[in-house]
Design a protein around this ligand. Structure first.
Ligand SMILES: Cc1cc2nc3c(=O)[nH]c(=O)nc-3n(C[C@H](O)[C@H](O)[C@H](O)COP(=O)(O)OP(=O)(O)OC[C@H]3O[C@@H](n4cnc5c(N)ncnc54)[C@H](O)[C@@H]3O)c2cc1C
Length: 407
């Protein structure tokens, strides 16, 4: 087998590196900052294939305009010129129909069904069992709020996923963090969660122990479309390999657009922080109406939310955290929202059609892996496995056929 350069040390790049090693390739990983420096660090860590569903939903037509005018809404689009943003949003909205939702869900279902077993395959050492089962507790202020979410779960089931889902009469028994404002709740089973940053660090260690060279603080500025691709670094250095995989998350377009990948990828920035809780937080909690996801993390509770359309390198916006806190104050109790730690912003790599980009570019021996939007953590390991299989055997697994980067 040959030499491969993987650009990007997030969950997707490192999973791909691991599976390439499994097939005998000699791997070098390059990252402009370091392992898990991007979106793979402070995310909610939900491994919920039953929720890995299309982001564009018909409800966006009513929610979107309202959200643009509400500073506390989860969706935030700053009113200023951002090249390409409005055409991206127009394409995204074009997929917010029931037919498009079904089409996208049909394309996601095969990979969703493979996602959890791919975590067992990685078999990392370091923290005993990294992934933990639910249940996930899903709460609403009234019955009407829950309709959209129940419809989404029914959609995932209709397309062939097994998503155990049942009403809770005493949700506070499982999640004492829910306030009295939450009067309607459900438990979602068959899913898992983990601590994402430490997990990706452990994956990075595993890849190094298996012989990879991981170079941190190395920014790639371009990949040449030659038979044996050459990678140009910001330092002026050039390095070549038999194969290159670009897995740079929300930064993908810069490197892959010149290689024929026309599907745009925008940063859908999310924020998170951790808080202490009066009672131990044992289960993840989802508040879909406020778009807030909470996960037990290192003895604290991580609260994550918001979707801000800004460049991935723009500064942290404290106002976005305030918006999450205002919503959380109403819906949660016994959590110390004043003493926030681990405040973080990360960029979900979002495509307008809700499908990832996994496969070959127009340049020989250059591949792309990314664009998983809200669900790169859960889909990262299976993406790595299927792309490594494609690179090694030339065969494209049916689960990644819809993700052709040249579509
Ligand atoms: C608030 C929030 C909550 C989320 N919750 C979940 C969840 O519960 N479950 C889930 O499945 N997903 C979740 N996600 C989405 C998930 O985090 C992402 O889809 C996933 O981390 C993307 O992984 P990646 O490896 O593609 O990109 P990243 O993790 O962003 O990695 C890309 C890497 O590329 C490097 N890089 C970029 N450009 C260059 C360059 N030119 N040269 C060298 N290196 C470069 C970066 O430094 C970075 O390390 C969430 C996201 C957010 C923001």
């Amino acid at each position: 087998m040959g030499s491969v350069i993987v650009i990007g040390a997030g969950i997707v790049g490192l999973s791909t590196a691991w599976h390439l090693q499994e097939r005998g390739h000699e791997v070098t990983v390059l990252d402009r900052t370091g392992i898990a420096a991007g979106s793979s660090w402070g995310n909610a860590g939900w491994l919920t294939p039953g929720q890995a569903i299309p982001l564009a939903h018909p409800s966006l037509w009513t929610y979107g305009p309202r959200a643009l005018l509400d500073p506390d809404a989860a969706l935030h689009v700053p009113f200023r010129f951002q090249p390409g943003l409005w055409s991206f949003l127009a394409r995204f909205l074009g997929h917010a129909t029931s037919r498009a939702w079904d089409r996208t869900m049909a394309a996601l279902t095969p990979i969703d069904r493979l996602a959890l077993e791919a975590f067992d395959e990685l078999d990392l050492t370091g923290a005993g069992s990294w992934t933990r089962p639910g249940p996930f507790v899903v709460g609403f202020e009234d019955e009407a709020q829950s309709r959209g979410f129940r419809g989404e779960v029914a959609g995932a089931v209709r397309h062939g996923q097994d998503v155990p889902f049942e009403r809770l009469t005493e949700p506070q028994e499982l999640a004492p963090q829910l306030s009295d404002a939450v009067t309607v709740a459900f438990r979602l089973d068959g899913q898992r969660f983990l601590e994402p940053g430490p997990y990706v660090e452990a994956l990075g260690r595993a890849v190094v122990e298996r012989g990879a060279h991981v170079r941190e603080g190395v920014e790639v500025t371009g990949v040449s479309p030659t038979r044996r691709p050459t990678v140009a670094l910001a330092t002026g250095e050039r390095t070549t390999a038999d194969t290159v995989v670009v897995a740079t998350g929300a930064w993908l377009p810069r490197l892959v657009r010149p290689l024929g990948v026309r599907v745009p990828v925008r940063a859908g920035r999310g924020y998170s922080f951790t808080v202490a809780t009066d009672y131990p937080a044992r289960h993840p909690v989802y508040l879909p109406h406020a778009r807030i996801a909470c996960t037990p993390y290192r003895g604290r509770f991580r609260i994550a939310g918001t979707m801000e359309l800004r460049g991935p390198d723009e500064p942290f916006q404290p106002g976005r955290v305030t918006a999450i806190v205002r919503q959380a104050r109403r819906l949660l109790t016994g959590v110390d929202l004043e003493d926030r730690q681990d405040e973080w912003v990360g960029s979900r790599p979002v495509t307008p059609d809700g499908l990832p980009l996994v496969g070959a570019t127009r340049a020989p021996n250059v591949y792309v892996a990314g664009g998983h939007g809200m669900w790169g953590m859960v889909l990262g390991p299976v993406t790595g496995r299927l792309l490594a299989e494609r690179i090694t055997t030339g065969r494209t697994h049916p689960a990644i056929v819809p993700f052709d980067p040249l579509r």
